[in-house]
Design a protein around this ligand. Structure first.
Ligand code: ZN
Length: 128
């Protein structure tokens, strides 16, 4: 399999467009574990899309705001572990569905993405 260069410019343009289309403010953070989102005030703290995982983490945080089910779960039962994890699942689903085609993990064959998603879920078990 030929490895194509990471589409850094296109993924950054995608993030910037999502922010402007939906009135979401971005604060850049250094790494994925500092990422978070505030649906009520439409603010995301996201890493720059320098690699596929950081790009998907950024989309995941947008998903917490733009995915109806993720938003509903966060509001309706914020202290239920199953709801927290379901909310995370919806936001990851949104990220995978909305990623530009060449930056989807199935297309890139990048298994490290799924390990990162697993670490993200695990972080909610440790710090719910
Ligand atoms: Zn999340």
């Amino acid at each position: 399999m030929t490895k194509t260069p990471w589409p850094r410019k296109r993924t950054r343009e995608h993030i910037d467009r999502l922010a402007s289309d939906h009135g979401i403010a971005i604060t850049w953070v250094r790494d994925w574990f500092d990422a978070e989102s505030y649906p009520d005030t439409k603010i995301v703290f996201i890493p720059k899309p320098s690699c596929i995982f950081h790009y998907l983490v950024a989309l995941h945080e947008f998903g917490h705001i733009l995915d109806k089910d993720s938003r509903r779960l966060r509001k309706s039962s914020p202290y239920s572990m199953s709801s927290v994890l379901a909310c995370e699942g919806h936001a990851w689903g949104w990220a995978m569905d909305h990623a530009i085609p060449e930056a989807r993990p199935r297309a890139s064959g990048d298994e490290k993405v799924w390990q990162g998603v697993a670490r993200s879920f695990a972080s909610h078990l440790i710090y719910p």
